[in-house]
Design a protein around this ligand. Sequence first.
Ligand SMILES: [Zn+2]
Length: 262
Amino acid sequence: MSSWHIPDGLRERYLEGTLEPALAMSVDAHLGGCADCRAAVPYDKDWLDASWARLEAELITPRLSLSERLLRHGGVPDHLARLLSATPTMSRAWLAAVVAVLAFAVLAAREQAEFLPAFLVVAPVLPLAGIALAYGPRVDPAHELVAATPMAGPRLLLTRATAVLAVSVVLAGLASPLLPAPPGLAAAWLLPALAAASGCLALSSRLPVPIAALAVAGVWLAIVGTGHSLGDWLAVFGPAPQIGYGVAALLLTYRFYRVSTR
Ligand SMILES: [Zn+2]
């Protein structure tokens, strides 16, 4: 320590805040290294404590996003809520796209009944797009981080895919009653959507998630296209195919479960 100490006059101007910045900074620097001068600076312990607490709250306590607060409020465990809401901003774009597509499909079907198939065909594809966008190194800023945790891989994929599916099913479910169709037909997209999502999960053990999603979407469009070319688009939404979608959803989910817990 040098023998120089802050003179009273300088300290007073420092405390009043009237020192020019360069001088104030050198007083700061000296205070940082000199206990004697620090002792001469009066301070309010309560004010200091409060200010540390405020700093701590700002820097250490994570700021919860709206979605995270909603999830926690809905009873989702903290760590899952954090993980789900750390999904990339792209999933917000996906959400907006889902709402837009569903609204457009409903409006078109109400305008002209022959547009009804569009809704039923598109609804199972929407969760696939969401799954593809909500997972993977290229779109996920948290990917590096979560890849190093036990939640990496299939479990994380399942968590996010389930969230994506739940959101799509709720949104399409809200839109369905607005369709100009009997309830059974208006909800005919549900089992295909479940089968498609579980197919995507099952394929993801062999293919990158976006490719798996594309492949499953292709299969679904081929099924619909076949029905259309046979002259009856409704056929692929009939009772027998619905049972098929349901069974496929169960088997594919089981397969994904077996592969991911191996
Ligand atoms: Zn000093």
